[in-house]
Design a protein around this ligand. Structure first.
Ligand SMILES: [Zn+2]
Length: 350
């Protein structure tokens, strides 16, 4: 039995179609046996949320029905899963938004992020869509929940999901200790990548962006030097051992290739639009660059939670705004403008 009386409905952030985002009451369904009810405290607005709002699609995922957005959420369990699994009532939790796919196609063991048919909270990749968790209460599978240590407050933990994406990207590059690192694109993922590189002992971190605000944030979380995205010569002169491309456009990937030292590694975490991309890939051949893809994350979320709890990972400056959910539309307006914001949080308890 629930320890708190749950309401019949609760405010949620629902995208209906391109340009039509609403804060509206959605009725709460009864949780399945493997689902806990989580009172959501904070939700971070992600690039994919912005895409669904602005374009009615994120990459190949096209919105075909109204969908609750949101996959970067933290909160408190108010009703444990009926099957007894997962954290108990009162536990503060972060959420791993992925559900590995059931498909039989091959993928490497231990890398379920690559499983075909993998679903993600707040994703229109499949139909019916996978509802997100930008809602005052959300029914979530207990296996998605990660209990937070006492030392980690919910607001700091609100970046666990995007920080896990950054952590996975840096891990793809191998040991970065003592190396020169270049981060192309200093939005929330890029800035969190800088923070992860700093913690991992990179000797010099150079951050690149077209706007001042992201460069200020990158500096605050550990970048030693910043460059403008159009400073082609400056970027080429970095000769980075490791480049993390997080801008998600072909100009950024071009800068990444140009900024890598001969024999260096380029990790591509920014999701490029589908289809052919004009990049100088011949340079990657003659310089023997290692071009590596990076997609979401797996159990890195546990490392991120531990590193945030012990203070070795510092992400505070990445969060620039917080809005009550009732002002959700203002929050999305702020989040879409990289010249004013880093990570924007919705507060569902206000
Ligand atoms: Zn995200």
């Amino acid at each position: 039995m629930p320890t708190v009386a749950l309401p019949a409905s609760a405010p949620a952030v629902v995208v209906h179609s391109a340009g039509d985002l609403r804060i509206e009451d959605v009725s709460l369904s009864a949780p399945a046996a493997h689902e806990a009810v989580v009172e959501i405290a904070y939700g971070g607005i992600c690039g994919s949320d912005l895409h669904y709002w602005q374009h009615g699609a994120a990459g190949e995922s096209i919105l075909r029905a109204p969908m609750i957005l949101g996959h970067e959420v933290v909160g408190m369990v108010v009703q444990q899963a009926a099957d007894g699994s997962g954290p108990r009532e009162g536990a503060r939790v972060a959420v791993h938004p992925a559900t590995p796919g059931p498909g039989a196609a091959r993928y490497p063991a231990g890398r379920p992020n690559l499983s075909p048919g993998c679903t993600y909270l707040g994703s229109a990749a499949k139909f019916p869509h996978t509802e997100g968790a930008f809602s005052r209460y959300a029914n979530l599978p207990s296996r998605m929940l990660r209990a937070l240590p006492c030392a980690l407050d919910l607001r700091t933990a609100a970046v666990v999901e995007p920080a896990s994406v950054a952590w996975h990207a840096v891990a793809r590059a191998g040991d970065v200790a003592g190396k020169t690192a270049l981060v192309i694109g200093s939005g929330p993922i890029g800035a969190l990548t800088v923070a992860v590189l700093k913690r991992a002992g990179a000797a010099q971190i150079v951050a690149v962006d077209m706007h001042n605000k992201p460069l200020q944030i990158a500096t605050a979380v550990g970048a030693d030097r910043v460059l403008r995205g159009d400073d082609t010569e400056g970027i080429a002169a970095v000769e980075a051992d490791v480049v993390i491309e997080s801008s998600g456009n072909h100009r950024g990937l071009t800068s990444a290739i140009n900024g890598a030292v001969r024999g260096g590694t380029v990790v591509m975490v920014g999701l490029l639009p589908s289809g052919p991309q004009p990049v100088p890939v011949s340079l990657a051949i003659t310089r023997e660059l290692e071009l590596l893809g990076s997609f979401r994350f797996n159990d890195e979320i546990d490392d991120v939670i531990a590193a945030l709890a012990d203070g070795s990972l510092q992400t505070g400056p990445v969060v620039t705004h917080e809005f009550p959910v009732t002002r959700g539309l203002d929050a999305f307006e702020a989040a879409k403008d990289p010249s004013v914001s880093g990570k924007v949080l919705l507060n569902f308890r206000d």
